[in-house]
Design a protein around this ligand. Structure first.
Ligand code: CP
Length: 324
């Protein structure tokens, strides 16, 4: 694996999931693969889980991890080729990235979308410019449209849970539901796009997406998933319910609906198959998801957050192995 910016970079998802579970079982089994190697984690936006889990994963592999919050500490970067830099940007990525490529063996980048211009955001200019100019493998710590480390974690977490099932439940395909939730501000489509992309590629679940009208995601990611505006219908017989807000994709970056009725509650899960509830966090309690769910055994959110380490460790070790 050369870069990790989407599911398309993964040669075999099952093998990557197994590797992550092996890392979880024995975190230091591969502790010298990253010896004398350095990862630079470049943040253009805030993070808690992604930053700390990637740092811990690198350290478990014997790598040094250096964090650089470009947004707060660095020069404002320009990403457009041939830009006339007479505005606020101070340094072109074409100049900065090759130097970062000399400092680090792997570069990991977090960017966010502007949510103003769909074509710009969906071109993934920022991460592609780092890949073009850095000359070392690039890992997405969340980009304008995708969050692959989160989605790998989500597949790992569902795989772990499914392995605890017994009897008839263990024999049938799980039903996985991605449900839109209300939020106070427009959020990217990254987590929802990425979850859809990974669940489709995983191919081991009946996949349903439910959202209010006008919240359609990019069909490039949703593919053959069943899409319904009827949340109750979607939640019926669900085994996993992934809760996430996103802003509109077609009329880009807007909030059309903030209907509190879309918040997931215990009552809404009554016809589910004792569904486990997932969220990437951070979560707006009692806006997206009720306290009663988050604080109940139905919630997988802590396990999901903890599993971020093993997803990152599996990805970094795979990249280090292919660099050998
Ligand atoms: N889920 C997630 O990416 O969390 P952070 O924004 O805290 O990294």
């Amino acid at each position: 694996m050369k870069n990790f910016i989407s599911v398309d970079d993964v040669p075999g998802m099952d093998a990557l999931v197994e590797k992550a579970l092996l890392c979880k079982a024995n975190p230091f089994a591969n502790k010298s693969i990253g010896e004398h190697k350095r990862i630079g984690c470049i943040f253009l936006n805030p993070s808690m889980r992604t930053r700390l889990s990637t740092q811990i994963a690198a350290q478990n592999l014997g790598m040094e991890a250096i964090i650089f919050n470009v947004g707060q500490e660095g020069w404002a970067l320009e990403f457009e080729d041939e830009a006339i830099m007479s505005g606020n940007t101070v340094e072109h990525v074409k100049d900065a990235a090759p130097i970062l490529g000399k400092y680090f063996d792997i570069l990991a980048i977090r960017t966010f979308p502007s949510l103003k211009n769909k074509e710009d955001d969906y071109s993934e200019l920022y991460i592609h410019q780092f890949i073009k100019y850095a000359g070392v493998p690039v890992v997405s710590l969340e980009s304008a449209t995708l969050h692959p480390l989160q989605s790998l974690t989500d597949i790992i977490t569902m795989t772990e849970e499914i392995r605890t099932w017994e009897g008839a439940k263990a024999k049938r395909r799980p039903k996985v539901v991605l449900t839109w939730a209300p939020h106070v501000k427009p959020l990217p489509q990254c987590v929802a796009n990425s979850f859809a992309q990974w669940v489709n590629a995983w191919g081991k679940a009946d996949f349903v997406i439910t959202h209010p009208e006008d919240y359609e995601l990019d069909p490039k990611f949703t593919k053959a998933a069943t899409i319904t505006h009827n949340q109750d219908e979607a939640l019926k017989d669900a085994d996993f319910v992934y809760v996430k807000n996103w802003s509109t994709y077609n009329d880009y970056g807007k909030i059309y609906c903030n209907d509190p009725d879309w918040m997931l509650t215990h009552e809404k899960l009554k016809d589910s198959n004792q569904a486990k509830v997932m969220h990437c966090l951070p979560v707006r309690r009692n806006v997206e998801l009720s306290d009663e769910i988050l604080d109940s055994p139905a919630s997988l959110v802590t396990r999901q957050g903890a599993n971020r380490v093993w997803a990152a460790q599996a990805v970094l070790s795979t990249i280090l192995e292919s660099k050998k």
